[in-house]
Design a protein around this ligand. Structure first.
Ligand SMILES: Nc1ncnc2c1ncn2[C@@H]1O[C@H](COP(=O)(O)OP(=O)(O)OP(=O)(O)O)[C@@H](O)[C@H]1O
Ligand SMILES: [Mg+2]
Length: 465
């Protein structure tokens, strides 16, 4: 969902951090780069200007050294090493006396100014630093007042300016990079506990309403987690109230349904017109279903974690419990001509658990096996030990399609077309009990492709029974 991602991005702390920390920081660097560039150019001009002024003065002093009435020679005026320097000399009348005629002529201000004047201009297609020096010779010459114009290319100054700028800007960029890295690392480390908390919450079962551990969360987030915990506590209370209500309602309904069923059974035995008999039959069946639903509801509520919290778990022998359960279901199986057998690979199977709950689990598995296996079928209850006790219920009934195998554990879920009455709570009870015992429940394919195999694997429990 890109729109959702955009929204998350805008709300994210990282987004705010980048906006409020890095944007001003980048602007600051931009500003300091521009001002640094100007300052670097100024700085790089200074030493070159001093040298240029000195050179001009030196050139002017050559006039004093020249022979009386003569002008200095070209090579005397421009000493060696004056790379790229171009000059011109004008007399008081503005006539070019010596040097390059293409250089800009001195302006009136240059004549009025005392000493040297410096400015930037364009000459010969490039930027140059132009110096004008007004001077007088002490020797007698035709017109003893001159203006020397000296042009120096800007290349060296720019190179120096750029290297100064580089020395300012590069450390600043490195500083921003280090700051960015430090902030990113800080963020990552600061959010690690939150990420762990997220993973813990993601793995939780929907009915696990224990408070979240806020001890590792950053101080700023802790109040939020505490509020979430308070909300969980309120939710837990509401859910408990709802469960209590269901349990109470089921309790209240139990006796009237049992009474209704008994009355209907009694009435059915009396002589009555066929229509009334059929109606009584329906009432009996309906009352029976209601009683079954109420019983299953009560069993489920009894096996929910909150209800079982106070009941202690103990060392038990799964072999004994399974054997007793199988024996109790034999008469029911016989009414359907189903062969119900029990096989155990071990005489003692230690499990740590709650006997009532384990009986509920086995009863529901056997009830289903009998209910969904046609008359004359076979059911085998097996137990054994392999890294923990296990229990299998195998039947050769209608089977459960693979795509239904997770859903059948949902409350009130029934596979359509099962042809049997039921409330859809039996396997939910099995699942609750297994979870409470840390056991895994699996539905396997029958070996010959006909029927269902339920396998419950309990965790290892070494204690002797
Ligand atoms: N051994 C089995 N063979 C075939 N189908 C089964 C078997 N056990 C369960 N099922 C299917 O799974 C569904 C859910 O079973 P579950 O025991 O939860 O509910 P139920 O048997 O319909 O009702 P009740 O609450 O009375 O047990 C059943 O409706 C049935 O279709
Ligand atoms: Mg059932």
């Amino acid at each position: 969902m890109p729109a959702q991602d955009d929204e998350n991005d805008i709300l994210s702390l990282k987004h705010h951090l980048v906006n409020w920390l890095f944007t001003p920081l980048y602007l600051l660097v931009l500003f300091s780069t521009v001002t640094g560039y100007i300052a670097a150019l100024k700085l790089s001009n200074q030493p070159y200007d001093i040298v240029l002024i000195e050179r001009a003065r030196l050139m002017a002093s050559r006039f004093d050294l020249a022979a009386e009435g003569a002008l200095p020679r070209q090579d005397e005026l421009l000493p060696n090493g004056a790379r790229g320097l171009v000059y011109s000399l004008f007399d008081r009348r503005g006539q070019l006396v010596l040097g390059n005629a293409s250089l800009p002529r001195p302006r009136p201000a240059d004549w009025s100014a005392q000493g040297t004047k410096l400015r930037d201009t364009i000459y010969g297609g490039g930027k140059v630093r132009l110096l004008t020096l007004r001077f007088q010779t002490t020797r007698r010459m035709p017109g003893s007042e001159f203006v020397l114009v000296l042009a120096e290319p800007d290349d060296d100054r720019l190179a120096l300016g750029r290297s100064i700028l580089g020395n300012i800007v590069i450390p600043q960029f490195i500083f921003i990079l280090i700051a960015g890295l430090a902030v990113w690392l800080g963020f990552k480390r600061g959010f690690e506990p939150l990420e762990k908390l997220r993973q813990v919450v993601a793995k939780r079962r929907g009915d696990d309403l224990r408070p979240l551990d806020d001890s590792m969360a950053p101080g700023e987030i802790r109040p939020l987690i505490q509020e979430v915990n308070a909300l969980i506590a309120r939710l837990k209370l509401t859910m408990e109230q709802q469960k209590n209500f269901i349990a109470n309602a089921a309790h209240q309904l139990r006796t009237p349904f049992a009474g209704l069923r008994a009355q209907a059974e009694l009435a059915r035995r009396e002589d009555a017109p066929p229509a009334i008999k059929a109606a009584l039959e329906g009432i009996c069946e309906g009352a029976g279903r209601c009683s079954r639903l109420v019983t299953q509801l009560l069993t489920l509520v009894r096996n929910e974690p909150e209800a079982r919290a106070g009941i202690p778990m103990q060392s038990l022998d799964l072999h004994r419990i399974a054997q007793e359960a199988a024996m109790q279901w034999v008469p029911e199986a016989m009414t359907r001509q189903i062969d119900l057998g029990y096989e155990s690979g071990s005489v003692q199977l230690p499990v740590f658990g709650d006997e009532h709950a384990l009986r509920d689990l086995i009863d529901n598995l056997l009830d289903n096996a009998i209910r969904y296996t046609p008359n004359g079928g076979h059911i085998t209850l097996r137990t054994g030990y392999e890294r923990g006790a296990w229990l299998r219920v195998e039947d050769n009934g209608r089977g459960i399609p693979p795509e239904e195998r997770t859903r059948v554990f949902d409350r009130f879920y029934r596979v359509s077309g099962s042809g049997q009455p039921g409330s859809g709570l039996g396997l939910a009870i099995v699942s609750e009990v297994a979870q409470r015992h840390g056991a895994a429940v699996e539905i396997e394919d029958a070996t010959d492709g006909v029927g269902t195999i339920f396998v419950i694997r309990f965790p290892h429990h070494a204690e002797a029974v």
